[in-house]
Design a protein around this ligand. Sequence first.
Ligand code: NAD
Length: 440
Amino acid sequence: MADYEKYKNKERKTNHMNISISGTGYVGLIQGVGLAKLGNKVICIDIDNEKVQKINRKEAPIYEKGLSALLKQTVGKNLKATTNLKKAILSTNITFVCVGTPSMVYGRIKLHEMERICHDVGEILKEKKTKHVVVIKSTVLPGTTESTVIPNLENASGKKFGKDFGVVMNPEFLREGSALEDFFHPDRIVLGSSDPRSIAAVKQIYSKFKCPIIETKFKEAEMIKYAANSMLATKISFINEVGNICKRMGIDTNTVARGIGLDYRIGPQFLVSGIGFGGSCFPKDVLALVHKSLELGYHPRILRAVLDVNKDQPLRFLDLVEESLGGLKGKRIAILGLTFKAGTDDVRESASLSIIKEFIMQQAKLYIYDPMGMPPVKTLFPHLNYMKNAQEAVDQSEIVCILTEWPEFKALNYGTKMVIDGKNIFDSDRRPQNYQGICW
Ligand code: NAD
């Protein structure tokens, strides 16, 4: 019996697996904690020693609902973190790769972290006697697993994909803010590979999940991720465009959104208008797909328009604030919200930050509050005024900007201050006295 088959049978009997996760950021840590909670033995690997130490102390290095509690339950039992890739790979049978794939200025994605990890894992596989499966969770453009991941693993290991080791593309669909909920209750799981035995090994890990598992080719799995994010981003820019038209006509965009969202072909999700999408995924992934299709000689008109509408929404917000104040210089402005959405401490590509930069350029005085996002922003802008709580920021200012949909912002005393809402947080009958929505 092949090593690989023995391994599969052994795992089936013990009903848990030995899994390593390389890259313990937002995706890798949730995957690691989730798989540990399901009973697997998990080793999380990262090059950031501080992050590793924190995890081993059962402290969450990022904010995500439920994460601290799950770390307390699993670390020291069946979850640990390390910087030692070699030990982790040699003592596990499956490695999830969750390193970052950030974008360059014009949208091409940077693959240096992916190339490095595949090379390093390959070097270790050289010594490994048993078969290993590498599962790519990072978002990479169609073709990357075959053009970059597999060649790097093969060159460094001197072994052959399909025969000596397996590879699966398993795109991640979690939403920050409800990432654990999404881990335990996914809508679907996509497994792409040209090697059925690799897919079978990974399928076993997900055997407790009730959702459909879609088996695809590598490129299809990669494209599903980009197409899904492009669709969601399109819905957001669509409702923002509808909102920009509605506002000019005195029509309530939220009523229109409800009216169209109840059509089951459309659905209500992602039909909330506001300052546009941010975060580490939508802007980067749509731009990467635009860039890729231009390289292939196709001009993607819808996706470019999605990005154009999104780029303009923060500018509309700034115009509204400037009009309300009659200029920005020296004006006292409360900034409520820094993270790109509620429920996370992630400020990557947050529209709030681009708005803040413009306010700083215009010499406004800012009073800033966010329940989770202040530590990373303090390192970028150390000299700004960070408030102890949201009410204090409101009280110091002459106008209030709501830039993240944290629920606590609904319950503040705004008095007669002008509130400009970029996140559509209030029900229409509970809005502050002096209120403007960006596109409703
Ligand atoms: P992240 O920056 O939070 O985490 C990446 C981690 O990889 C970091 O901790 C970094 O130190 C580590 N790392 C880099 N090189 C390494 C190496 N050689 N060995 C070990 N660790 C290494 O990124 P993220 O938000 O978790 O995203 C990871 C990938 O998943 C990206 O491709 C992203 O597009 C995709 N994705 C992200 C989300 C999300 O909501 N954040 C959702 C779906 C998909």
